[in-house]
Design a protein around this ligand. Structure first.
Ligand code: NAD
Length: 237
C-alpha cells in the first residue's frame, strides 16, 4: 500500500520536468494519476496512468479535465519563465505570464474545489518558486511577480477552507534541471558567449552549489499530497 493509495491526482504540465516527475512519483505511491499537458506528445510514455490534453489557459478544457479526474489531489504545476527586467517586459508578456502562472490556478481550483468539498477532503499544491516573495532573482521581473501572487492565492484558498478538510500549499524550489531550464541556459549562453559560463552563472547562485533534480521536487509533492502533513496548510515550502 502506497502513501497515496485511493487518491485521484490531477497534475498540470505533466509532460516534462517537475510535473512529469511528480506524476511518476505519485503513481509509484499508489495514486490514480491523471497526467495532463497542453502538448499531447509530451505525455507519451507515462504508462499506468490516464493522460490527456488539458490547456490550463482554457476554461472549457479545465472544466472537462477536472470533471474527468474528480481529483482528491490537484497539483498546479504549469508555468512559464519570462526573462528580463521591468524595462524589458511588454504588456503582452505580463498578461501571458499572469494568465498561465496565476489565473490558471484560479481556473483549476474553482473547478476542482466543489468536488473536494463534497468529499470533505482535498490537497491542492501550487507551483511557486524561490523567486517570488521569498527572494528576487536577476531578470525575473514578471516571473517573480507571478510566483509571489501564487503564494497569496495559496494562503487565501487555505484560509477560506481550513475547516472543510481542504489543504492548499505552495512549493518554492530553487533552480531545477528540466527541458525549459536547459533552454534558458542555452539562451543565456548565447548572450554571454559561452554555454559553460551560463551554466556556471546558474549553478553558482544556488546555495547548495548544484541545481535540483525534478525527482527531488516530486518527493515534496508526494508528501503534500499524502495525509502525513494533515495539519499543514497555507504554507510555501
Ligand atoms: P518545463 O518548463 O520544462 O515544462 C513546462 C510544461 O508546461 C511543458 O510540458 C508544457 O507543454 C506545459 N505547458 C505549457 N503551457 C501549458 C498550458 N497552457 N496548459 C498545460 N500545460 C502547459 O517544466 P519545469 O521547468 O519543471 O517547470 C514546471 C513548473 O515549475 C513551472 O511552473 C515553473 O515555473 C516551476 N519552477 C521551475 C523551476 C526550474 O528551475 N525548472 C524552479 C522553480 C519553479
Amino acid at each position: 500500500m502506497g502513501r497515496l493509495t485511493g487518491k485521484r491526482a490531477l497534475i498540470t504540465a505533466a509532460g516534462q520536468g517537475i510535473g512529469r516527475a511528480s506524476a511518476l512519483a505519485m503513481g509509484a505511491e499508489g495514486a490514480e494519476v491523471f497526467a495532463t499537458d497542453i502538448d499531447a506528445n509530451a505525455l507519451a510514455g507515462l504508462d499506468g496512468m490516464e493522460t490527456f490534453v488539458m490547456d490550463v489557459r482554457d476554461d472549457a478544457s479545465v472544466a472537462e479535465g477536472v470533471a474527468k479526474a474528480a481529483p482528491d489531489v490537484l497539483f498546479n504545476c504549469a508555468g512559464f519563465v519570462h526573462h528580463g527586467t521591468v524595462l524589458d517586459a511588454t504588456d503582452g508578456e505580463w498578461d501571458f505570464a499572469f494568465d498561465l502562472n496565476v489565473r490558471a490556478m484560479y481556473r483549476t481550483i474553482r473547478a476542482a474545489l466543489p468536488g473536494m468539498l463534497d468529499k470533505g477532503s482535498g490537497s491542492i499544491i501550487n507551483m511557486s518558486s524561490a523567486c517570488s516573495s521569498v527572494m528576487g532573482a536577476p531578470n525575473r521581473f514578471v516571473y517573480g511577480t507571478t510566483k509571489a501572487a501564487v503564494i497569496g492565492l495559496t494562503k487565501s484558498v487555505a484560509l477560506d477552507f481550513i475547516t472543510k478538510g481542504i489543504r492548499c500549499n505552495a512549493i518554492c524550489p530553487g533552480t531545477v534541471e528540466s527541458p525549459s531550464w536547459h533552454e534558458r541556459v542555452k539562451a543565456l549562453g548565447e548572450e554571454m558567449g559561452s554555454y559553460e559560463a551560463a551554466l556556471e552563472a546558474f549553478v553558482s547562485r544556488q546555495p547548495m552549489g548544484r541545481v535540483a533534480s525534478p525527482e527531488e521536487i516530486a518527493a515534496l509533492t508526494v508528501y503534500l499530497a499524502s495525509e502525513d502533513p494533515a495539519f499543514t496548510t497555507g504554507q510555501p515550502f
